[in-house]
Ligand binder design. Structure first.
Ligand SMILES: NC(=O)C1=CN([C@@H]2O[C@H](COP(=O)(O)OP(=O)(O)OC[C@H]3O[C@@H](n4cnc5c(N)ncnc54)[C@H](OP(=O)(O)O)[C@@H]3O)[C@@H](O)[C@H]2O)C=CC1
Ligand SMILES: N[C@@H](CC=O)C(=O)O
Ligand code: NA
Length: 436
């Protein structure tokens, strides 16, 4: 059967990996796709690099619009990144009746509603397995493997750069800046690494998973986002003492009144499998009403792990494209008409439990004052440690773990506790998730 022709936009880390794996595993991939998949055109700003990777026999250009206009191309693979020209190129490819495969989670989280609507109108497919958790087939799991379930919640370590940083800081005591540089050198980080360390990349990804799991539009602008730059290493140590690990989690939960959509450092019981996901690895837990908890684990970043997901989409789209167009169910395109009008809840309405660290005067009655305020706010305490005041010091740290409460109750209690004369400065508050 004649090959399907692919135009590749951007032959950097992931683009290069895609080219290499497609070549190395050509026979297997062809068998699975039912026909050969050929990259026949590549666009990149750096033509010398492109030729080095692509070799002879591939059309090269520094004008990506020439590729999306090429009548010979059936599928466009967008691996440039960002919200700018990538959006124009994807929409133009759709307008020209081409299927799209992309790893661009930023683009889909912010402009996905427009892109999927255009794809559905044109009857083409937009596949994006590589956009979330790299090589882990979590999109296919949510869209197909778990399609019998009402998804109740999902939570994941979905940014390899920050997980690598937290692992190295905890295990080797290395400083943040040094580990970030190493993550960049390893090709994990985004072009702008603030997207990684401020939680934006993870928020892009959990927005996409939430939309598929709960059948809602992309609502990235409503997500609550905290990164790891404000995290204090003393809290990493205290969490360990209390039997917890701190991970940057993307969380989305279905509630009767709406959806929780949040990214923040989170204490997870150390005995949970996901608490032991280290380095650049990713993991996602999805809880469905029929199947219960399911766990997906693998490399979330890097050239070939991400290329694995890009090529999985190429195989899926090739098979569907080859099927009779009359009966083609573009299951890969996001079905805009199916979305429900469920809004994202403000962070003040989320239900979670808390790790609280406060610096207090070391004198009788302090604990009673604090626990009274928590009790009056309907917040009960799960565990507590009071550190011995260092020799001659008059202040000490109290660490408390609360049971489940609503964020606005915790906010009110924290404000009252901080107002106590015996409490010095601001309370450090981290959310906790049992993930059960
Ligand atoms: N790296 C990873 O592990 C993962 C990345 N992703 C996503 O994959 C996408 C690509 O990431 P990655 O491969 O790491 O990025 P890279 O920066 O390594 O590659 C992007 C390539 O696109 C080229 N490029 C930029 N602008 C244009 C343009 N206008 N026309 C043609 N080529 C252009 C770049 O050239 P130049 O360098 O000269 O600008 C570069 O070669 C991003 O959306 C990213 O978020 C998803 C999962 C994992
Ligand atoms: N910068 C991202 C790359 C993959 O999406 C990460 O660190 O996970
Ligand atoms: Na994936």
């Amino acid at each position: 059967m004649k090959p399907i022709n692919v135009g590749l936009l951007g032959i950097g880390t992931v683009g290069g990996g895609t080219f290499t794996v497609l070549k190395r595993n050509e026979e297997e991939i062809t068998r699975r796709a039912g026909r050969p998949i050929r990259i026949t055109a590549v666009a990149d700003k750096n033509l010398e690099l492109a030729r080095k990777v692509a070799g002879e026999g591939v059309k090269l250009t520094d004008d990506a619009f020439a590729v999306v206009a090429d009548p010979e191309i059936d599928i466009v693979v967008e691996l440039i990144g960002g919200y700018g020209i990538a959006k124009e190129l994807v929409l133009k490819a759709i307008e020209n009746g081409k299927h799209v495969v992309t790893a661009n989670k930023a683009l889909l989280a912010v402009h996905g509603n427009e892109i999927f609507a255009a794809a559905q109108k044109k009857g083409v497919m937009v596949a994006f397995e590589a956009a979330v958790a790299g090589g882990i087939p979590i999109i296919k799991a949510l869209r197909e493997g778990l399609s019998a379930n009402r998804i109740q919640w999902l939570a994941g370590i979905i940014n390899g750069t920050t997980n690598f940083i937290l692992s190295e800081m905890r295990d080797k005591g290395l400083p943040f800046a040094e580990v970030l540089k190493e993550a960049q050198a390893l090709g994990y980080a985004e072009a702008d690494p603030t997207f990684d360390i401020e939680g934006i990349d993870a928020a892009h990804k959990v927005t996409i998973m939430s939309a598929i799991a709960f059948g809602v539009p992309m609502q990235f602008e409503a997500a609550h986002i905290e990164g790891i730059t404000a995290l204090d290493s003393v809290d990493i140590a205290y969490a360990e003492q209390l039997g917890y690990r701190i991970k940057l989690l993307g969380i989305s939960r279905m509630r009767p009144e709406g959806i929780e959509l949040r990214v923040h450092p989170t204490l997870i019981p150390a005995k949970r499998l996901i608490a032991n996901v280290e380095g650049a690895m990713n993991a996602v837990v999805v809880h469905g009403d029929a199947v219960g908890a399911t766990l997906y684990y693998g490399k979330g970043a890097g050239a070939e792990p991400t290329a694995s997901a890009v090529i999985a989409d190429l195989v899926d789209v090739t098979r569907l494209h080859t099927a009779d167009p009359e009966h083609r169910v573009p299951h890969l395109a996001f079905q805009p008409e199916q979305v429900r009008d469920l809004k994202v809840l403000p962070i003040e309405e989320v239900h979670t439990s808390y790790y609280l660290r406060m610096r207090v005067d070391d004198k009788p009655g302090v604990l009673a004052d604090i626990t009274r305020i928590l009790a009056d706010s309907g917040i009960s305490i799960e565990a507590m440690i009071q550190k011995e005041a260092p020799e001659g010091a008059s202040q000490t740290d109290i660490i408390m773990l609360t049971h489940l409460t609503i964020e606005k109750n915790a906010n009110a209690a924290i404000t009252k506790i901080e107002a106590l004369p015996v409490v010095q400065g601001k309370i450090t508050r981290l959310r906790m998730e049992s993930l059960q």
